[in-house]
Design a protein around this ligand. Structure first.
Ligand SMILES: CC/C=C\C/C=C\C/C=C\C/C=C\C/C=C\C/C=C\C=C\C(=O)SCCNC(=O)CCNC(=O)[C@H](O)C(C)(C)COP(=O)(O)OP(=O)(O)OC[C@H]1O[C@@H](n2cnc3c(N)ncnc32)[C@H](O)[C@@H]1OP(=O)(O)O
Ligand SMILES: Cc1cc2nc3c(=O)[nH]c(=O)nc-3n(C[C@H](O)[C@H](O)[C@H](O)COP(=O)(O)OP(=O)(O)OC[C@H]3O[C@@H](n4cnc5c(N)ncnc54)[C@H](O)[C@@H]3O)c2cc1C
Length: 676
């Protein structure tokens, strides 16, 4: 197989409609990939990895995954991930997390696997919260995969409100051990990925109790299964929680403890500790134990942006080969991509994918700075990054869900088939609205920060506002949108500021009228979450503009400017009512935004296929290659969807026999009976 990524390069046998699209592009997709992934080297490495993977047959799916049972899915994902691990040292730089993520998502896809959480949720908290001694003890073993782990925090009864987790870790002075216990059914750990059947270790989050005092949630390293037999250890009840909307190649699980003892040294104690005599040593920040969650949230914008980009690659390519209906020329049906409604469905989502990826790389860097600062004892950046990532995680997951669903609908009936792969992407991505902090809960976390910031501004202390919220104290000066992106930012700042102030004032008025603080907060919660969304969308816009400003290559800058303008107009139109309400935006400006939006769609049209080609997802990653094996087929780079859809249907297990037992056992007798 030849892997070809240059948009202008034409491959024999590709669907001519797609070839035509690639010819009209005004830029080089390899150059765009450098911008998306950060550098020539990073983009090239991704291509090299995809190329290498494509040459190893055992890394491909052996069957179309939707036709497999749950057990078969887990077996298949485990087969692939263990085969992959054998090849990894040769294929990637083992210290590079992005390369690891890329190769896993290529080989495993969205079905998950029993090691996915080992790398993303078990090792990181051990690194962040474990002492050097603890790293010595477990980290090497974990990295070598001598042990398999997961992150067990959520319980049957509590996920969002961590302070109320019921699993206890009681310090025993006499034996210098912690006794882990699950006092009620509600306290069973519930959801942790890879816990059910695969892990033999877990980082367990439990309430630390010393001399009957509760010190809140802390992290403990716990062995849950025997390393030889893989049987649960005495005092442990563990199992799978059953099938989910997606991610069924992974075994999310439950876990209960019956007075299960672990040594004192198993409390992850880089930042806090329990001394032999039971003295508690506080961490430098109250929420230090939550740092791992900030880390994961900081990675979600780029991750979700990539998920949406995959669905869009499938939908845009398909829309360029799907012909249905007529425009002016009645002798040939048009590509559905030529319909304005189709463009409006897909192009703003392409812009959001780019925006999320750009924003995501910034937040990952911010987290790395935080991590370095924390290691040297400075925790002052935690509050800001917690607020920022809480908002970003919520907005990107929701909008990614919207974008993927639009991609599905854009593929008509074939989008609803699992052959499109879009439902699997959707099922996995939409989980992001819930995992790593339910979206409303996280928006309300950001709202706390915004309310405090507005209060500072109201108290005449704008100098105390961080750069992220400085605009809350800016004066209102009308803007002329014709002048370009800065004016859009100012308009958005006004909208966001006004909503934050309105929500804060409402909250204050409620309290002044005698309503308790918590009740007043709840009565303003919808307005508060609106403020958080606006603030976050403003932040994403600003990162997009910053990124485009930094680009030197003219052809790339031009097409990304078109995409950015589309984003600016789409986003502003979506929230225009906030600015129309107080007259900050005129109806003439509203008309201008709409016209700009429609003209952006036209400008993007010739580059649409190349904009998605630039993500450089392989056919394997999109589950769209149908070489020796049968996979999902809609997003194929070569555009040959129809014959492959037919092959896919033929491979359905239902078609392996002409007459099914459902017919012989039930339908046939029913019809016979009806004849009597
Ligand atoms: C190598 C790659 C391998 C494989 C890849 C293969 C394939 C890829 C393809 C697909 C994979 C895709 C996806 C994966 C699929 C599944 C996901 C799997 C994992 C999911 C994991 C989880 O979900 S883990 C559990 C996460 N749980 C949560 O997030 C819980 C949310 N709740 C909380 O965080 C807290 O309870 C709370 C923050 C909401 C409230 O905490 P609380 O203690 O009650 O605090 P408050 O009283 O509200 O606030 C007090 C002050 O504290 C401040 N605060 C709170 N948190 C923080 C913080 N983290 N940092 C700093 N400050 C914080 C808060 O702001 C308050 O401050 P004030 O000043 O206002 O007082
Ligand atoms: C695919 C997947 C993988 C997961 N993997 C893991 C894992 O590996 N490890 C792990 O520990 N956990 C994991 N989880 C669990 C996940 O983190 C929790 O489900 C999530 O944090 C939400 O908590 P919850 O289930 O308690 O939701 P709830 O909090 O019960 O949410 C229910 C509703 O209540 C609302 N609500 C709750 N509190 C408030 C509030 N204060 N204000 C306003 N509204 C509120 C929510 O907005 C929501 O609408 C996973 C979950 C999923 C779906």
């Amino acid at each position: 197989m030849t892997m070809v990524f240059l948009n202008k390069e034409i491959r024999d046998g590709d669907n001519p409609d797609l070839t035509e699209e690639r010819k009209t592009a005004t830029f080089d997709t390899n150059k765009m990939a450098e911008v998306i992934y950060g550098s020539e080297k990073l983009a090239r490495r991704r291509r090299e990895i995809s190329q290498a993977v494509s040459l190893i047959p055992e890394l491909a799916d052996s069957k179309p995954l939707p036709f497999l049972s749950r057990n078969e899915k887990i077996l298949e994902s485990t087969r692939k991930v263990t085969a992959l691990n054998e090849h990894l040292p040769r294929l990637i730089n083992m210290n590079d997390e992005d390369e690891a993520w890329h190769i896993h998502s290529e080989v495993i896809g969205f079905e998950g696997n029993p090691l996915a959480l080992h790398h993303s949720l078990f090792i990181p908290p051990l690194v962040i919260q474990g002492s050097d001694e603890q790293h010595e003890k477990w980290l090497g073993r974990a990295k070598r995969r001598e042990i398999i782990g997961c992150y067990a925090q959520t319980e049957l009864g509590h996920g969002s409100n961590i302070r109320k987790l019921e699993t206890t870790a009681t310090y025993s002075l006499s034996t210098q051990e912690f006794i882990l216990h699950t006092p009620t059914i509600n306290a069973l750990k519930w959801w942790p990925g890879a816990l059910g059947k695969s892990s033999n270790h877990a980082v367990v989050v439990a309430s630390l109790i010393i001399k009957e005092q509760n010190y809140g949630p802390h992290l403990f390293m716990v062995q849950i299964r025997d390393e030889q037999s893989h049987e649960p250890l005495p005092g442990i009840a563990v199992g799978d929680i059953g099938p989910k909307m997606a991610f069924n190649g992974a075994d999310n699980g439950f876990l209960g403890f019956n007075n299960f003892r672990i040594p004192r040294g198993n409390l992850l104690n880089r930042h806090c500790n329990v001394e032999v005599d039971g003295t508690y040593v506080r961490p430098p920040h109250d929420k230090m134990n939550y740092a791992g969650m900030i880390r994961v949230r900081s990675r979600m914008a780029a991750e979700q942006g990539t998920f949406m980009a995959q669905a869009l690659t499938i939908a845009v390519r398909y829309s360029a080969v799907r012909r249905q209906g007529f425009l002016e020329n009645k002798s040939q049906e048009v590509k559905v991509l030529d319909y304005q409604t189709q463009q409006h469905r897909l192009f703003p989502a392409i812009a959001r994918s780019y925006a999320f990826i750009f924003c995501g790389f910034e937040t990952i860097q911010k987290y790395e700075t935080l991590q370095n600062e924390m290691n040297s004892g400075n925790v002052s950046l935690m509050a800001d990054l917690h607020a920022l990532t809480s908002g970003i995680k919520s907005v990107v997951t929701y909008q990614t869900g919207e974008g993927i669903e639009q991609a599905r609908m854009a593929c008509g009936g074939h989008g609803y088939s699992m052959a499109s792969y879009i439902s699997e992407i959707y099922g996995c991505a939409i989980g992001g609205c819930t995992y790593e902090g339910e979206n409303m809960v996280m928006l309300l976390q950001l709202a706390r920060y915004l309310v405090k910031s507005v209060e500072l501004a109201m108290r005449g202390k704008p100098g105390d506002l961080g750069p992220m919220v400085a605009y809350l104290a800016y004066p209102d000066i009308k803007v002329d949108l014709v002048t370009g992106p800065e004016a859009y930012v100012k308009m958005f700042q006004h909208i966001s500021k006004r909503q934050s102030i309105k929500a804060t004032e409402k909250f204050h008025r409620k309290m002044e009228s005698g309503v308790s603080r918590d009740e007043a907060w709840n009565q303003c919660a919808v307005e508060l979450t609106r403020a958080s969304r606006l603030h976050t969308r403003l932040y994403i816009i600003e990162t997009f503009i910053r990124r485009v400003d930094s680009i030197e290559d003219l052809s790339i800058k031009m097409v990304l400017t078109d995409l950015m303008n589309l984003h600016l107009n789409y986003e502003l139109l979506d929230v225009a009512s906030y600015a129309l309400e107080d007259g900050f935006m005129s109806s003439t400006q509203m008309g201008f935004i709409k016209n700009q939006l429609y003209s952006s769609l036209e400008k993007i049209r010739p580059n649409a296929v190349s904009l998605v080609d630039s993500f450089q997802f392989s056919d394997l990653q999109l589950r769209s290659n149908l070489l020796n094996f049968l996979f999902q087929v809609l997003g194929r780079r070569d555009g040959h969807v129809y014959q492959n859809l037919f092959e896919w249907a033929k491979s359905s297990p239902l078609n392996q026999t002409e007459v099914l037992p459902s017919v012989t056992q039930y339908l046939k007798p029913m019809m016979e009976k009806a004849k009597l």
